[in-house]
Ligand binder design. Structure first.
Ligand code: GDP
Ligand code: MN
Length: 392
């Protein structure tokens, strides 16, 4: 789960990372008020959207006066910001962060990520901040510093010191860098984060270190024990299909195709998506309804998949181990009644109570297309698409 820059700054500041003074605004008037409140000085207006690359996309601006701030805010609020990290629709701007401008001497990059190879938290840093890490890694991989943290020891003082030296920091900047590194590490560990990124971490003209940007992302599976983090979620920044699914405990990822998928098990879901592509179709989503799916859950899965306007056919593929095919069949039948389905549905059932499940589908009188194998099901889904039928 991602959060906004201002929320990440608030969290990191509590752990001891220096951040510029600032305030949030939902209207142009509030933005001008925040600017006046910061005193008679230049300030930066920053669109709060869950994406990087805002600067290049026109979502960050240095303003001279509160009137400038108001005008810029007017132009941004209510629009969508398209960055190189978003899709073509961009992300809606409904809030701005107004902060005091910082006179920059150097821009550094600092990130904490989960390194799956070593199964440890890894620090990634560079003396060339401001750029996206992907560009950095491509253009100058040797200048990326990587450091693995041993969980039994935590971030060791010598590591933090070495990193500060390698970034070319001097004098009091070294102590400041150690403070920043420790604070980020503690925030990451204590809040079950997946990523902490400060880009740029700047050295100001007076030699002080300040986090000019901040990004944090959290492990969704740990949110149950971090309610204060869960409260920072902004559904307005999420794919509405994914928000609905998350609210109902379904693992769902929206894609660009038009064949809706309702499948149990992440592995089978991936395999089904591959089979659909092999058969010449494009999956509209990844959806894992999980084990022990009740008819209600199957209904919710249909609602989630159908909320995508691009859908032209639905493929239900269940290999029932913990699940029971008759429950799934009942769920499909119930979905027809409750959700209203006017596109073809292909159902492939296998495993526990498969006979009972097939019987229910057959006797329901509903126009459900049954398939036996995964390959048959994928082929049937592609054939059932309106464009395939029209082409015949
Ligand atoms: P991003 O493009 O979404 O990563 O947004 P950032 O917060 O990183 O801002 C983009 C760029 O704007 C930064 O890399 C800085 O170069 C610049 N910037 C942001 N805040 C300030 C500021 O207070 N003073 C100055 N001079 N530049 C700033
Ligand atoms: Mn940035």
């Amino acid at each position: 789960m991602d959060i906004h820059e201002y929320q990440a700054k608030e969290i990191l500041a509590e752990f001891g990372v220096p951040v510029p003074r600032g305030g949030i605004a939902f209207t142009p008037e509030q933005a001008a008020f925040r600017a006046r409140d910061l005193g008679d000085q230049r300030c930066v207006v920053k669109a709060q959207v869950h994406s990087g690359g805002r600067g290049e996309a026109g979502g960050v601006k240095l303003c001279e006066t509160p009137d400038d701030v108001r005008e810029f805010a007017k132009g941004l609020l209510g629009t969508s910001l398209v960055t190189k990290q978003t899709d073509a629709n961009g992300k809606r701007i409904d809030r701005l962060w107004i902060e005091e401008a910082t006179p920059i001497d150097r821009e550094l990059y600092l990130g904490f990520v989960l390194d799956r190879t070593s199964q440890r938290i890894m620090i990634v840093a560079s003396g060339h901040g401001g750029m996206e890490i992907e560009d950095l890694a491509e253009e100058d991989p040797d200048r990326l510093i990587r450091m693995i943290i041993d969980p039994a020891v935590g971030l060791a003082e010598y590591q933090a010191r070495e990193l500060a030296f390698r970034l070319g920091l001097k004098g009091s900047q070294i102590g400041q860098m150690i403070t920043v590194l420790r604070a980020c590490y503690r925030a990451y560990r204590d809040l079950d984060a997946m990523m902490v990124e400060i880009n740029p971490l700047v050295v100001c003209r007076d030699g002080s270190l300040v986090a000019l940007d901040a990004k944090m992302s959290f492990d969704r599976n740990a949110l149950f024990r971090r309610p204060q983090v869960g409260a920072l979620r902004d559904p307005g920044q999420e794919d509405p299909r994914e928000s609905y699914a998350a609210d109902h405990g379904l693992a769902y990822v929206g894609l660009d195709g038009d064949i809706g998928c309702i499948i149990n098990g992440a592995g089978l879901a991936m395999a089904s998506m591959d089979m659909i592509q092999l058969a010449g179709g494009e999956p509209a989503n990844f959806l894992d309804i999980g084990g022990g799916a009740s008819p209600e859950r199957v209904c919710q899965a249909f609602r989630t998949v159908l909320s995508d306007p691009n859908i032209s056919v639905i493929l239900v593929n269940i290999f029932a181990g913990i699940n029971r095919c008759d429950w799934i069949a009942n769920g499909v039948i119930q979905a027809y009644k409750e959700v209203g389905i006017d596109i073809p549905v292909v159902v492939r059932l296998s495993g526990t109570n498969v006979e009972a499940g097939r019987k229910l589908i057959k006797e329901s009188g509903l126009p459900i297309i049954s398939a036996d194998s995964l390959a048959d099901a994928a082929a049937a889904a592609v054939t059932a698409q309106p464009q395939s039928i029209a082409a015949e």
